[in-house]
Ligand binder design. Structure first.
Ligand SMILES: Cc1cc2nc3c(=O)[nH]c(=O)nc-3n(C[C@H](O)[C@H](O)[C@H](O)COP(=O)(O)O)c2cc1C
Length: 256
């Protein structure tokens, strides 16, 4: 592992320009990362967990203010179960009222053989109990009061972006080591649940919990995917509504 020196005056070596071996590795990591919700309950070696947590610190943040706090719950199994109970209850409320046929194509990316079963697990909320089987349940919090100017982005934009960037760093490092990760937002969807959890964990009102990010040992490997929309459907070129066309699909530069 390369030692990263912080706060030194020495110029860092810049990576070589253009695609290279490191690019291939990171692109593959990004493409293969999945939400893995079935965990065994076993522990991750402490060193590995610390390396994962440390990756969050290197995420960017406005003015480098690092307005995130990550509360790592590892030993308190009762608390993990409580978060699992709340997650299941919240998910049951969100998903439980609609028969599969009435949803707007939810789980469209799954094979026919597993889609109805997974949807049932969403409806009864059991799919969301995974915090109880995670080694580390990390309650990720954003700050509402980090800046002295009143003309700053609202927290729900800025705070979420900052926390999200930190989480993705941890996720990629954990994934590179074969661990399971999943981002559990449902226990924080209802203000009453937020208040209850904050009180139990001692989270002050100036911090907003956004998610319980769970890391553990995967029960089984996951299929590839879910597939993503193609570049053309999420990227526009020069003006809104003009689909970005992949290089492979361009006949000539005039086709732009
Ligand atoms: C902001 C956000 C909220 C999410 N909320 C939940 C959640 O509450 N529970 C859950 O199990 N997964 C949650 N996810 C994970 C997504 O369901 C998942 O990333 C998506 O289906 C794509 O699957 P993949 O992560 O395997 O690529 C969330 C992801 C994000 C970024």
């Amino acid at each position: 592992m390369t030692e990263v020196k912080e706060d030194t005056k020495a110029e860092p070596e810049s990576p070589s320009r253009g695609q290279n071996e490191a690019t291939n590795k990171i692109v593959e990591l990004i493409r293969m990362r999945r939400s893995i919700r079935h965990m065994t309950g076993e522990r991750i070696p402490d060193d590995d967990l610390e390396l994962i947590l440390d990756a969050a610190r290197y995420a960017p943040s406005p003015e480098n203010m690092q307005q995130w706090r990550f509360l790592v719950i590892r030993e308190d199994e009762k608390m993990k179960r409580l978060i699992a109970d709340i997650s299941q209850e919240a998910a049951r409320y969100v998903f439980g009222n609609f028969p599969y046929e009435a949803t707007q194509g939810r789980l469209w990316y799954m094979p026919d053989t597993s889609r109805p079963g997974t949807y049932e697990e969403m409806r009864d909320g059991s799919l969301f109990r995974y915090p109880e089987k995670a080694d580390a349940v990390i309650v990720c919090c954003a700050s509402e009061t980090w800046h002295d100017s009143t003309a700053m982005y609202p927290n729900e934009l800025c705070g979420s972006v900052v926390v999200g960037m930190g989480v993705l760093n941890m996720w990629l490092v954990a994934h590179s080591m074969g661990y399971a990760c999943a981002y559990q937002a449902v226990p924080f969807a209802d203000k009453r649940h937020v208040e209850y959890i904050c009180e139990k964990l001692g989270i002050p009102r100036t911090w907003t919990p956004l998610a319980a990010f769970c890391i553990g040992i995967p029960e089984k490997p996951r299929m590839l995917g879910p597939s993503r929309f193609p570049l053309e459907s999420s990227f526009y070129e020069e003006r809104w509504g003009i689909p970005y066309v992949r290089k492979a699909l361009r006949k000539s530069s005039k086709d732009k």
